[in-house]
Design a protein around this ligand. Structure first.
Ligand code: T4K
Length: 396
């Protein structure tokens, strides 16, 4: 426990943690299981292109999501790129600017124009009300983004897309294991895309998948993903290599086994964070509005400097000195990043909620490397910072 502000690491004191606490999930399977799985790959000498482990993963994920088709991919960015091609999108696509840049880049790779939409201040996500005024004859799709281990309002977005007879699909990179209105994420819209990056709740080092209940779309996706190489051949406008290797599938299969435990441990950490931070003025947890299941992976708070005493970046700097890595999520906003800030300057001051969130939101450490005692220490420290905010600010 810090005694006075001189004992904060940013002012020369010893850091609270000797080792750095990352924000990411970083779950690893036990070494023996991993070795057994890799021995199988070596003995089969079959390393990629819809191998037995990739096929098993697709089938297990299909049961997990309760969806007809799962197409595993190298990562979620490639999956989003494949999706735009398989849906044969044209012209413009409406999406939130409050997302990872890969969501928008997937459109740019397909020659599509992003139409950036502002988000809800409490859920941080896109809503049908904000999208509708942006739809015109050149809009061919809505690309919704589920954030923070929860869901945006996919049922409303589906209704809107059907009203205007356009496509709707989802970047569900954060939403593995989540549901909305009794339906698993993975079953909404034309398709949904998940990420299995190392920092995600299901870790395949790199990886991703596309879920769809549309059989023709699934065939097109498989042909585009594997240069016509896997399954029934159908004509597609373009192909590429977005295959998942057997090594990635081995990791993902082991991670899938562990998912219920990982989710529970995430929830335990989230509960302690909420319990110990909830009464600190200026620290607001995201308010999930959609009814459903969460994976509790992202401990995300918005910092209101007028109440907390320090702004988000000052808090991040003080915590980082203590070896508590916090991510400024998403910073800078996509609309303020190249090429979008140059090509679409009209969004510069048009997305006030997105700008507010980009400046105020931070992700606190969670995941396999963070114990409940670590969480308690982080919360105690944040309270200490709040109680001494004026003095700290004057010395920063
Ligand atoms: N849509 C959304 C909404 C997304 O958030 C993302 C990705 C995507 C689409 C695209 O999904 P993928 O194509 O990635 O499957 C990271 C991740 O690369 C990315 O997956 C993630 N979202 C994004 C928000 O963050 P970086 O480059 O900023 O972070 P990175 O990889 O350096 O890792 C973050 C921290 O975790 C580091 O401080 C160190 C630690 N770390 C990371 C890795 C990879 C480790 O300790 N070990 C590791 O192996 O992009």
């Amino acid at each position: 426990m810090k005694k006075n502000i001189k004992s904060l690491a940013i002012f020369g004191g010893n850091p609270t943690f000797t080792n750095v606490l990352p924000v990411g999930q970083l779950n690893l399977p036990d070494w023996e299981s991993f070795e057994r799985s890799f021995r199988g790959i070596f003995s089969r000498r079959y390393y990629t292109n819809h191998g037995p482990l990739a096929q098993e993963l697709e089938s297990r994920l299909s049961n997990f999501f309760g969806v007809a088709h799962v197409i595993c991919t190298t990562n979620a960015t490639i999956a989003l790129m494949l999706a735009a091609k398989a849906l044969e999108l044209k012209g413009k696509v409406v999406l939130p600017a409050y997302t990872f840049i890969a969501t928008a880049q997937s459109l740019t790779w397909s020659g599509l124009e992003p139409v950036f939409c502002d988000v809800d201040a409490e859920t941080h996500m896109i809503t049908a009300e904000a999208i509708e005024p942006l739809i015109d004859d050149n809009v061919s799709a809505i690309l919704g983004v589920h954030l923070w281990g929860g869901a945006c309002t996919p049922v409303d977005l589906e209704a809107l897309a059907s009203k205007y007879n356009i496509n709707v699909y989802f970047d569900a990179a954060h939403a593995f294991g989540c549901s909305c209105a009794g339906v698993n994420i993975g079953n909404f819209g034309n398709l949904e895309v998940f990420s299995f990056h190392a920092t995600k709740v299901l870790n395949a080092a790199e990886g991703g998948c596309i879920c769809t209940n549309d059989t023709d779309l699934a065939k097109r996706l498989r042909n585009i993903r594997s240069s016509y190489g896997a399954g029934e051949s159908v004509d597609v406008p373009v192909t590429c290599n977005g295959r998942m290797s057997e090594a990635q599938a081995a990791m993902a299969l082991l991670a899938l086994e562990e998912y219920p435990r990982i989710r529970q441990e995430n929830k335990d950490r989230m509960d302690v964070y909420m319990q110990l931070l909830v009464d600190i003025p200026g620290i607001a947890f995201i308010q999930q509005k959609a009814e459903g299941a969460y994976n509790y992976q992202y401990v995300v708070v918005a910092v209101d400097s007028s109440l907390f005493g320090l702004d988000r970046d000052q808090l991040v700097a003080v915590l980082e000195a203590e070896n508590i890595l916090c991510r400024r999520y998403f910073f800078p906003g996509v609309h303020r990043s190249i090429p979008y800030s140059q090509n679409y300057p009209q969004y510069e001051n048009a997305l006030p909620v997105t700008d507010m969130l980009c400046n105020n939101v931070l992700q606190l450490p969670s995941g396999a490397l963070v114990s409940l005692d670590d969480v308690r220490s982080i919360c105690e420290l944040i309270r200490f910072i709040y109680n001494n905010a004026c003095l700290i600010k004057s010395k920063l």
